[in-house]
Every structure is written in structure tokens, then in C-alpha cells.
Design a protein around this ligand. Sequence first.
Ligand code: ATP
Length: 202
Amino acid sequence: MKVIGLTGGIGSGKTSASNYLEKKGITVIDADKISREIVEPGKAALNEIVLCFGNEILNEDGTLNRKALGDIIFHDKEKRATLNKIMHSKVLLEIKHQLKELREKIVVVDAPLLIETGIDQMMDEIWVLNVHEKVQIHRIKKRDKLSDAEIEARMKAQLLPAERNKFADVILDNSGDLKDLYKQIDEALIKIDKRYKIRDKR
Ligand code: ATP
């Protein structure tokens, strides 16, 4: 089994790429989905988060108020580190668990903080999505209705694209339309065997 780590900044197109890969029959493990599941009411991660951040980060129905938590952690590096400490080991454990159950030829792990958390080290190769900053901000605004300052804070909490690209085996440019992205994904998949042959010879 070859495990591909798919990553990129906020709004770079990870979900769009993952959806396409899934349509092609490729299994995708979604780190964001795991992150949401482990903070459901009653789960250990949510209890730990409440202990650290207080009841203010809960909605009235006891679910996590992601916006409230985001407002805190995207403006405070230490608090972000605290949250990451609670979340990352649990997410990693679940990714490992899911990978162990799979027998597919190719599996993709979609994780926004793939490199920042060191999950990249478990991957056979890394695909990084790039998108021109202006296009990225425009797409995030349209999708999330965030202010410029909120978008900037979220972008600052992630690696700079140039840093992320240093880890990339494949760079996908998602500044164009989805058809263009899909074409690049198809090409990357076609060339996958070739990349492994080259690597095996080293
Ligand atoms: P996040 O990290 O915030 O979860 P993401 O990397 O998963 O984001 P997407 O949700 O796939 O990114 O894309 C961000 C937004 O941009 C979405 O609304 C998506 O529909 C749109 N989008 C993505 N790629 C394209 C494209 N090539 N053309 C037009 N819109 C796009």
C-alpha cells in the first residue's frame, strides 16, 4: 500500500481534491473529519478542551463552538499549542488505526497540518496544493464569510507555502478551475508507479 499525504493551506482545495480522488475510487482518510469526531460531546478530547479553555467554547447544546475556539487559538500561539497537544496524538492514533484496516493499493491522507504535526513522516509521498494568495482569500471569503483579519490569522497559523513545498513530492496548482486541478491529479496518479521505481533504485 502506498500512502499519499495530501496537504495545503486553508482553502487550497484539499477537500475538492479528496472528493475527486474518492470519485475515482481511491480511499481518503480525512484528518479534519477525525478532528471533528473526536470533539463530539462525551469524547475525551472535548472534555480536555473544556478543562483548558472553559465552558465559553461550548454551544448551549454542549457541542463545541468551533468559531469561539478558533477566535481564541488563532490569536494566541500558546493556546494554539495547547489545543494541538490535545488533538494531534488522538488524530494520529486514529489515522494509524484506519490505515491498519485498509488493504488498498493507494490511500490518501488529507490533513491540513500534515507537515506541522509530523504526520508526513508516516507517508510514502506528499502532495501539496498551491493556490495564488488572492484566489485563496477570495475562495475562503466566499465559503466561510470570514473577515480579512480572520483569514490572515488562520493563514498565519499554518506553514508558509514555500516552506510546505520543500516537503512536496508533487505540487498541485489549484489557482485555475477544477478541471485543471483534476487533470493534475490524474497526471500525478499516472506517474505514481514511476516515482516509486525511481525511489526504489536509490
Ligand atoms: P480548508 O483547509 O479550509 O478545509 P480546503 O483546502 O479543503 O479548505 P476546499 O474546501 O476544497 O479547500 O476549497 C476551498 C473553497 O474553494 C471551496 O468553497 C471550494 O469549492 C472552492 N474551490 C476549490 N478549488 C476550486 C477551483 N479550482 N475553482 C473554484 N473554486 C474552487
